[in-house]
Design a protein around this ligand. Structure first.
Ligand code: TYM
Length: 334
């Protein structure tokens, strides 16, 4: 049977890339699949976090999931640290994955920067924890943005090696990434060649899911463009990364293909297009931001949802971990 697993780190504000690249697709998948949606707090601490802010961020991401349309009654919604199976399986994967595999991870190189000696060891083995997140549930499909593709490939390598090493054929499935073409990679508003990211120091580089109409309007007004009007066909867009990104965002927000979007907005001047895009973004994000505020006013309610989700999550992973320990040769109570 198919099972979906995905997660977002509770570090700072959720932005349009997280929404269009990931969460919005989850909302669609929940109708047809058994889904587990996680707030990956253990991933967040691979980089130093302020404890008070971390708690707040965990609740904020939870509120965002719900405000975006994830139904906590129908799906499992919890924060990672409430299910110890993630940490346990990650340790085992630390012993399955090879140094060479992790050395190839581009996200580690980006996040560790020049001072690699000073990066936490957790940041280095982070992809093993991500593999554990997915495989602890024997999830088959993982809806993510394109930046997570390499980690998904590593997850498949780990599953394959575990299955081979322990002669446990097909024990772990090889999970498939589910990446939506139209919003696989939302770029920075300041530089169309850089991905939109929570860690970009410029607030003007991203639109946050909780931004109000004035912030959205201001950020789009300042968004980088080029002097030409919008093209009427996709040809040549590769050389106009900012135009391509804004058209892509418009298309994703209005659920149009690239071709349909160009038909709708092609030939316009950026000034007019930005006004349209602002109205569109406000109409999509406005209700989400309002609902997040409403949910954040009752943290105990959010904590209750996470606690219940944690319980349901453990129910799925505990028998799988029991099998894992047996396969490895650990002595356990029955
Ligand atoms: P994170 O928290 O960086 O991002 C959450 C999701 O948002 C997507 N995303 C984007 N999509 C399109 N354009 C962008 N500019 C953009 N920026 C972010 C990401 O691809 C992701 O889907 N390692 C993961 C979290 C994680 C996870 C997992 C995901 C931990 N365990 C297991 C899936 C399954 C991460 O750091 O995502």
């Amino acid at each position: 049977t198919n099972r979906i697993f995905s997660g977002v780190q509770p570090t700072g504000n959720l932005h349009l890339g997280n929404y269009l690249g990931a969460i919005r697709n989850w909302v669609r998948l929940q109708a047809d699949y058994e889904c587990v949606f996680c707030v990956v707090d253990m991933h967040a601490i691979t980089i130093k976090q302020d404890p008070v802010e971390l708690k707040n961020s965990i609740r904020e991401v939870t509120a965002a999931y719900i405000a975006c349309g994830i139904d906590p009654e129908k799906n499992i919604l919890f924060n990672q640290s409430q299910n110890h199976s993630h940490a346990e399986l990650a340790w085992i994967f630390n012993c399955v994955a090879r140094m060479g595999w992790l050395n190839r991870m581009t996200q580690f190189k980006e996040k560790a920067g020049k001072n690699r000696e000073n990066a936490s060891t957790g940041l280095f083995v982070y992809p093993n924890l991500m593999a554990a997140d997915i495989l602890a549930y024997r999830a088959t499909h993982v809806p993510v943005g394109e930046d997570q593709k390499q980690h998904l490939e590593l997850t498949r390598d780990i599953a394959t090696k575990f299955n081979n090493d322990f002669e446990a054929e097909d024990f772990f499935p090889l999970p498939e990434p589910v990446i939506m073409d139209t919003a696989a990679r939302i770029m920075s508003l300041r530089d169309g060649t850089k991905k939109m990211s929570k860690s970009d120091p410029s607030e003007y580089s991203r639109i946050n899911v909780a931004d109000g109409p004035d912030e959205i309007a201001q950020k789009l007004r300042k968004a980088k463009t080029d002097p030409e009007p919008l093209p009427t066909e996709a040809e040549g867009l590769e050389d106009r990364p900012e135009a391509k990104n804004l058209i892509g965002i418009y298309g994703a927000l209005s659920d149009l293909t690239m071709e349909e979007t160009l038909k709708a907005v092609g030939g316009k001047q950026f000034k007019d297009f930005k006004t349209d895009l602002t109205d569109l973004a406000v109409s999509v994000l406005g209700p989400i931001g309002d609902e997040m505020k409403r949910l954040m006013a009752d943290p105990a309610h959010l904590d209750g949802i996470l606690c219940k989700g944690g319980e349901d999550a453990r129910k799925i992973t505990q028998p799988i971990m029991q099998d894992v320990y047996d396969i490895i040769g650990f002595v356990r109570p029955e």
